[in-house]
Write a protein that binds this ligand. Structure first.
Ligand SMILES: [Zn+2]
Ligand SMILES: [Zn+2]
Length: 252
């Protein structure tokens, strides 16, 4: 066993121990009150989105529609996220996807007030399906865990109506047009009737370009859904507006 693997194994065990005792912050491990998931410091430091694009919900510097949405509107009626995909928020998402399932409670706690504020009139929650093979490899579908927990907290119905049958290339490496092409025909609706006339909210951990949720939303809309929204814990900030990485590279 390599050092890294050993470290991951031990830190995973500590995280599970902490989760079962629930007295430490999920980010910094400082002591917190019972039932608290994050300490005040870590919670204040989450890069929360205050000013956002009315369509995609990404952080914007000035009020109005973001450049991404001006170039190519999302195929979703309205998307919102709690936080930018940076710092502690990005770390929580990464760990949640890499085995620390109990973080679903931390994320759901932050998502619930936003859901109640922005999507009060939605009547059903759903998730982004994974192929059976991918789900077996990870052991769970993180988007489904989130939707289930939010359904439990809000009393809204949970829809399990779509399947992913085609494995797609890692979206990370692709541009937006390539992502949409990659996703064509990936999802299938297995219970069309449950979708008709409903105001559906897709729940996921993070939004990058919105192409995955957009493909699913298009499927729901074709089957007669009244409206389709997207709620994620984080969203990747519009790079065209803030080319931060170019700056750093130039300064090196
Ligand atoms: Zn903390
Ligand atoms: Zn936008």
């Amino acid at each position: 066993m390599g050092i890294r693997e050993l470290f991951l194994r031990i830190s995973g065990r500590i995280a599970r121990y902490d989760a079962s005792h629930n007295f430490t912050c999920d980010l910094c491990r400082r002591e917190v009150f019972e039932n608290e998931r994050l300490c005040n410091v870590c919670r204040d430091e989450l890069p929360k989105i205050e000013l956002f694009c009315p369509f995609c919900g990404r952080r914007v510097r000035e009020a109005g529609v973001c450049l991404e949405c001006k170039k190519q509107p999302l195929r979703i009626d309205k998307a919102r996220s709690v936080s930018c995909h940076e710092g502690g928020a990005a770390a929580l998402v990464l760990r949640f996807k890499r085995g620390e399932k109990y973080l679903v409670y931390t994320l759901a706690e932050e998502l619930t007030p936003l859901l109640e504020r922005e999507f009060a009139d939605c009547d059903a929650l759903t998730f982004v399906p994974m192929t059976k093979r991918a789900e077996r490899a990870r052991g769970y579908n993180q988007s489904r865990l989130l939707a289930e927990e939010l359904s439990r907290r809000t009393g809204k119905a949970l829809l399990d109506v779509a399947e992913k049958r085609k494995e797609t290339k890692a979206q990370k490496t692709l541009g937006r047009a390539a992502r949409e092409e990659n996703l064509k025909g990936a999802f299938h609706l297995v219970h069309r009737k449950e979708v008709r006339g409903r105001r559906i909210l897709i729940v996921d951990d993070t939004m990058t370009t919105g192409a995955t949720a957009g493909e699913l939303a298009a499927l729901f809309s074709r089957a007669g859904a009244d409206r389709v929204g997207l709620l994620t814990f984080t969203s990747v900030e519009d790079r065209t507006l803030h080319p931060k990485s170019n700056h750093t590279r130039r300064n090196l």
